[in-house]
Design a protein around this ligand. Structure first.
Ligand SMILES: Cc1ncc(COP(=O)(O)O)c(C=O)c1O
Length: 457
């Protein structure tokens, strides 16, 4: 039985014979709702919010309806096991590293990974070996990871135990997972793919198969980013071919997750994945892609779109004569359109299951208006962080060691040669300039916007 059916049945039965709960949550299925919350959320949210009462199972050790949903997901995604996450891909990424390695193992990591990977390093005590994927300065984005990006590191560090990469990236760019996974297998390295932005890959051809089908051991997908679920619904998959076990991952999830998972979110995960796997879901994605293709075709003479091995739901757009910053201001103020992110060269629009034709048309007219009627005096950005020229700072401590050192705040000008205590990142997309345990150098100091930094004493 599904959770959705179970909740409906509960209320049907309750009409006939009232069941009185003396359990958490203490709003008691909506007997108490602060008016301000009721006005915005309505009572249905509260009515679906249960604890693990009789028959409602337990996400830490699922044996009943929650197990049924995960078994259904395991079939849909064709995995050894798929886990529901009500604490985002962040929790899945941390649990993936906990389950794939032992403390102080070496982990190879693409530097453009999300902050959750750095948090996982603090929690596990793993020793990071960094590499920078190729940087495309024309678009201010990192390209996908290729085998040659990691080959050298694997030769230099034959004891690497896991590799973590982000694919698709925040901007939708895919990595060569298939060949990377072959190399990982050869060297007995676990491949973890942060697929937070790729939750639609299993349901429609978006220029890449899902990582789990291409040889990854574990992948993690945020259902809230593109697949239409509320924040922070996500999934974690273990490949049928991986030797990571279901209990390895369940134990790791239990270490870091709440003991009170949100039932409204579990319900949303079930409803969203049922929908994605249905014909309606597939048709919805197909329609979305056709709207985007139409937008690109009609604006191709006025704008540039990033097309290099990327996910078709992401729109990374460059104006020929208007700076991204100026275009962003016009979009926000004149058209009340907010983009996901503006980098030094382009604007990023994230679309997904909830992006309908009306929205795409509104974006199309706004982009066309800006391209036709505006011009920047100087379209060159005055401050471009050229990651290609950045060397990853030297490391003196592991992120965990640095985390537990005493820290102090000092002016950034005095930080050269000192050990960083807390990561400094550009957010979004959350890629760090320097992380805990690394040593400040002139180049990094010149890129830090704040006047102070935190160092290890
Ligand atoms: C690449 C990437 N990975 C992981 C995450 C974390 O996902 P969640 O918000 O589902 O925890 C994000 C969120 O921005 C992300 O961009």
């Amino acid at each position: 039985m599904s959770l959705i059916r179970k909740i409906k049945d509960y209320y049907k039965r309750n009409k006939e014979q009232e069941c009185t709960l003396f359990t958490t949550p203490s709003h008691a299925q909506g007997c108490f709702i602060p008016q301000k919350a009721a006005d915005l959320l309505g009572e249905k949210f509260y009515k679906c919010d249960f604890s693990e009462i009789d028959g409602f199972d337990n996400l830490r050790d699922p044996k009943g309806i929650l197990k049924n949903i995960q078994t259904k997901l395991t079939k849909i995604y064709d995995t050894k096991q798929t886990f529901m996450l009500t604490n985002g891909s962040t929790s899945g990424i941390i649990a993936a590293l906990i389950s794939a390695i032992k403390p102080s193992d070496k982990v190879l990591i693409a530097r453009n990974c999300h902050i959750s990977v750095f948090n996982a390093l603090v929690i596990t005590g793993a020793k990071p070996i960094w590499f920078l994927p190729k940087y495309d300065s024309e678009w201010d984005v990192f390209e996908g990871v290729k085998v040659k990006d990691i080959q050298k590191e694997i030769t230099l560090n034959p004891d690497i135990k896991a590799l973590i990469i982000t694919s698709p990236t925040y901007e939708g760019i895919h990595s060569d997972i298939e060949n990377i996974s072959k190399l990982c297998k050869k060297h007995n390295i676990k491949l973890i793919v942060d697929e937070a932005h790729g939750a639609l890959l299993n349901f429609y051809d978006l220029n890449q198969k899902p990582a789990i089908k291409l040889g990854a051991d574990i992948s993690i997908q945020s259902l809230h980013k593109t697949a239409g679920a509320p924040n922070p619904c996500a999934l974690m998959h273990i490949s049928k071919k991986s030797d990571i076990t279901q209990s390895n991952v369940q134990d790791a999830l239990n270490l870091i997750n709440t003991t009170s998972p949100s039932y409204p979110l579990i319900l949303a995960i079930e409803a969203t994945t049922d929908y994605l796997a249905s014909m309606n879901g597939k048709n919805n994605i197909k329609k979305l892609i056709s709207y985007i293709t139409e937008l690109k075709n009609s604006l191709k003479d006025k704008l540039l779109f990033y097309e290099n091995n990327s996910d078709s739901t992401k729109l990374l757009v460059k104006f020929k004569n208007v700076s991204p910053k100026k275009a962003s201001g016009i979009l926000n103020r004149k058209f009340l359109i907010e983009e996901e992110f503006t980098n030094k060269k382009a604007l990023l629009f994230i679309t997904g299951i909830g992006t309908d034709k009306r929205k795409i048309n509104k974006l199309k007219s706004a982009l066309s208006d800006i391209a036709t009627n505006y011009k920047s005096n100087n379209n060159k950005s005055n401050q471009t962080i050229e990651y290609s020229s950045v060397t990853i700072p030297k490391s003196k401590l592991t992120p965990k060691e640095a985390y537990y050192r005493k820290r102090k705040t000092i002016p950034k000008e005095l930080s050269k040669g000192k050990i960083c205590s807390r990561p400094i990142l550009n957010y979004p997309p959350g890629i760090p300039l320097i992380i805990s345990g690394e040593v400040f150098n002139d180049e990094i100091i010149s890129m830090i916007e704040d006047s102070t930094v935190e160092i290890c004493e």
